[in-house]
Write a protein that binds this ligand. Structure first.
Ligand SMILES: Cc1cc2nc3c(=O)[nH]c(=O)nc-3n(C[C@H](O)[C@H](O)[C@H](O)COP(=O)(O)OP(=O)(O)OC[C@H]3O[C@@H](n4cnc5c(N)ncnc54)[C@H](O)[C@@H]3O)c2cc1C
Length: 453
């Protein structure tokens, strides 16, 4: 195996939010760093498409900044990006009738608080589905909560930990992921990644794209990494004093990156974490017909106070194949995004792309009460990315499985001052988010600096 002569201080596997944030801090602290990235681009599960025919950047992966996520907003501020606050108009759409969701967020908060009580009474964790089926919630609330758990956490209710949601109730303040404000980066989330990458000191940091890490052989103070090109050709390996792995958990679980010696403690942590699946489709129409006053008049009750006169932002239609839709608000643009998580997402992803579009149009037709043919006539373009089939993601984002609340920390714990771990799944408080990924990368950089400086 050809090997680089130069031993760097840290090799970072993965140039997503976590890997770039870590590499930036390490190189700025004076360490020599090599970043290994399998794709021909940085950003990982941030995938922004800049199509000149679209008035806004299209996000095929991460889109929203949830709550006052300080890690993401700090990057946006430093990079001078446009941070757009969403209008927070959530409506339930039932066959073309839109009504405000009202106290939906309180319903979620109540669920989480109730879960906290039940976890404490039982003295053990259990799947959220047991709560949903326990008779404590019924009727439309039950469907709404199930749809929320599947959509927001990308989770299968039979697998997600009740304790993990209960803990959100305990830290339920303004900074909670669920409640509070939501933002979008107007320039596109790839601008966050560009800022992180631009901060890598070129004298000390080398980013190798289209380079797939195959194995890490390690002993205290020394790692050697073997790599292949995207076409399977062998590439020079490299040696370093430390390695930071930021690969998605589904990639780690698949075992395509071999650790020698193996690490059973990491395998145990991985087994308690789940990968959520999402189907997300972005439709670009000729015009934003949902902004038309007559269109809205026919669908919103004239007497209602909440939301009347405001643009449509989120439409929720539990029970339909794509139960969540949103617009580009606050920007007026002819773009609608459809979203579903959990088992329903897996079912849609099992279809051919043409069938995914067809089923999306049927669902949207039901939500808006606009004939499917009319939608097709209006449709100019559509796009979607299959994260489940993507070999370098193998899914959308992580959630905590039953009995797994300690697993993110266990996964993130350094080994022998030599192997370090970051990525959204290692951040229990902000799991499944860009903010969580950035924070984890910065945490791992501090851990490495403590050992090497
Ligand atoms: C559809 C979708 C919607 C989302 N929406 C939101 C949202 O609205 N808000 C939010 O905050 N978050 C959202 N997320 C989650 C967010 O995108 C992730 O939590 C975050 O980007 C993860 O960053 P990361 O650095 O941990 O992992 P990644 O971004 O996955 O980075 C890991 C990197 O490792 C690379 N890699 C994999 N295998 C190898 C290998 N063998 N060798 C070298 N490199 C390898 C990958 O190519 C990747 O670049 C969404 C995700 C998806 C998929």
């Amino acid at each position: 195996m050809p090997t680089d002569r130069k031993r760097v201080d840290a090799v970072v596997l993965g140039a997503g939010a976590a890997g770039l944030a870590a590499a930036r801090d390490l190189s700025q602290a004076g360490l020599r760093v090599t970043v290994i990235e399998a794709r021909p681009r940085v950003g990982g599960r941030i995938l922004t498409v800049h199509d000149p025919r679209s008035p806004v950047p299209i996000e095929l992966g991460a889109e929203f900044v949830h709550g006052e996520a300080p890690e993401t907003l700090a990057v946006a501020r430093a990079a001078g990006l446009a941070v757009l606050e969403l209008p927070d108009v959530h409506e339930v759409a039932t066959r073309g009738r839109f009504r405000p969701m009202g106290d939906f967020w309180h319903m979620i908060e109540r669920m989480n608080k109730d879960l906290a009580k039940r976890v404490s009474a039982r003295g053990k964790d259990f799947p959220v589905s047991e709560y949903l089926e326990s008779g404590r919630v019924s009727g439309p609330s039950k469907g709404m909560l199930r749809s929320f758990v599947e959509g927001f956490y990308a989770a299968i209710p039979e697998r997600i930990s009740a304790k993990s949601l209960a803990e959100e109730a305990e830290d339920g303040d303004d900074e909670s992921q669920i409640e509070g404000k939501q933002f979008r980066i107007g320039n596109g989330n790839d601008a966050l990644m560009k800022w992180l990458r631009d901060g890598l000191d070129p004298e000390r940091c080398d980013v190798r794209l289209s380079t797939v890490a195959q194995s890490i052989r390690w002993k205290r103070g020394r790692v050697s990494v073997t790599c292949q090109g995207a076409d399977g050709t062998e590439l020079p390996g490299l040696t370093a004093r430390t390695a930071l792995t930021t690969l998605p958990i589904a990639v780690l679980k698949a075992g395509t990156l071999k650790f020698d010696p193996a690490m059973p403690a990491k395998q145990r942590a991985l087994a308690l974490l789940e990968t959520g699946q999402i189907f997300k489709i972005v439709l670009r129409f000729r015009e934003a017909f949902w902004e038309d006053a007559d269109f809205l008049k026919e669908r919103r009750e004239p007497s209602r106070g909440d939301g009347v006169g405001k643009s449509v932002n989120f439409l929720h239609a539990p029970g339909t194949e794509l139960p969540t839709w949103w617009t580009a608000a606050p920007v007026h643009a002819p773009i609608l995004t459809g979203w579903v998580g959990g088992v329903a997402a897996e079912n849609l992803l099992a279809e051919e792309p043409a069938s995914r579009l067809e089923r999306s149009l049927v669902a949207l037709s039901e939500v808006l009460a606009v004939p499917r043919r009319e939608l097709e006539t209006q449709l100019e373009a559509w796009t979607s990315h299959d994260w489940r089939a993507d070999p370098f993601a193998r899914g959308a984002y992580s959630y905590i499985g039953v009995n797994g609340t300690a697993a993110p920390r266990a996964l993130g714990r350094p080994v022998d001052g030599t192997l370090f771990f970051a990525g959204e799944a290692t951040n229990g408080e902000q799991i499944g988010t860009v903010a969580g990924a950035i924070a984890s990368g910065r945490r791992a950089a501090r851990e490495i600096l403590r050992v090497l400086q």
